[in-house]
Write a protein that binds this ligand. Sequence first.
Ligand SMILES: NC(=O)c1ccc[n+]([C@@H]2O[C@H](COP(=O)([O-])OP(=O)(O)OC[C@H]3O[C@@H](n4cnc5c(N)ncnc54)[C@H](O)[C@@H]3O)[C@@H](O)[C@H]2O)c1
Length: 367
Amino acid sequence: MISTSVKTTGNQYHIRTGKNILEKELQDALRDHATDQLFLLVDENVAKYHQDYIHQSIRGITSNWQQFIIPEGEASKSISCYSDTLDFLLANGIRRNIPMIVFGGGVTGDLGGFVAATALRGIPLIHVPTTLLAMVDSAIGGKTGVNHATGKNLIGSFYQPSAVISDIHFLNTLPDNEWVNGLSEILKYGAIHNEQIFKYSNIFLNGKPSIQDSDKLISLIDKCVKVKAEIVGEDELESGIRAFLNFGHTFAHALEKAADFQQISHGEAVFLGMLAAENLSIATGGTLKTDPLEPFRRLYKYRVPKEALSLDDLMENMNADKKRTGENLTFVLLNKWQEPIVKTVDDRELIAASWSIVFDEIEKNRI
Ligand SMILES: NC(=O)c1ccc[n+]([C@@H]2O[C@H](COP(=O)([O-])OP(=O)(O)OC[C@H]3O[C@@H](n4cnc5c(N)ncnc54)[C@H](O)[C@@H]3O)[C@@H](O)[C@H]2O)c1
């Protein structure tokens, strides 16, 4: 088990990463909390595959728990699901010191975090991320929220958990496409901060990591956790360097929107977005001699046909984002690998040219 701490304003919590650690780490995390009652928020698929493992892990802590299942998928990050979850807590006698433990990927985590932030003005929250993406990214840093009909993540708050327990036991049942979703965020940390992460990500080159690679996987997850913990510790509310975590994301969001958030996953879009951002970095004076993303390109297979995307739409989506924020079109780019910088780019031609690699890649690696 590896432990990393995150320092936030007036708070510090630990992120524990290991295998089959749930029972012991929950006992530890709950030591300072009321445990006469517990609330569990569990993603539908996680309940399907891991309900017994979860219940065995809390049996020694209390027999008085209430569980609420969150339907799988992005649609659950909604006001209606938020409201249903609050109804459940309030109907079952939630009190301010009763912890809620959230088991799931980024969807259940973001929703559960926002519920915990707002129920009775804040109840203790423990994240148990169950996707690779949630372990390396969404469960860390305290961003919580739900989507609105007009856009993603438009309603939410910053709310820090009191502990994060990343038990790779859960990853045994993760579908193949969810592994590459997590991999994109892992590679992002390699690009913006820690070169070694590229090397350790080699465990993905032959498909999902094998059981023999468990220790390497745990160590890699923790390396990513450390990058995010350091950045969040310095810039909890995203007024500065936390923006670096958005490397590739300006392109990715435009792409996801162009594909109606259906024909391409967030992780696939982030990977393509990083390739485009790499291009734009070079075009705007960055010195990127090697291409550490190259070996990973073949792992991504795209459902969205190239013909379904138009450059005009993609450029328009980027502009729409700009109108919403009232800012110029800014990107997280790289001066060099691991030297990110936020840059305003006004040259439309350069931005348009950066998209070419995305079209090529989608064509080459089509399912
Ligand atoms: N808060 C943040 O800082 C932050 C950062 C990045 C992404 N996000 C958000 O995270 C969300 C994406 O998260 P995600 O990729 O984890 O998606 P997700 O939560 O939808 O999970 C992906 C799929 O995996 C299933 N699943 C989860 N754990 C499983 C397991 N152990 N075995 C089998 N199936 C399992 C889920 O049911 C779902 O079908 C997005 O809404 C995104 O906006 C938030």
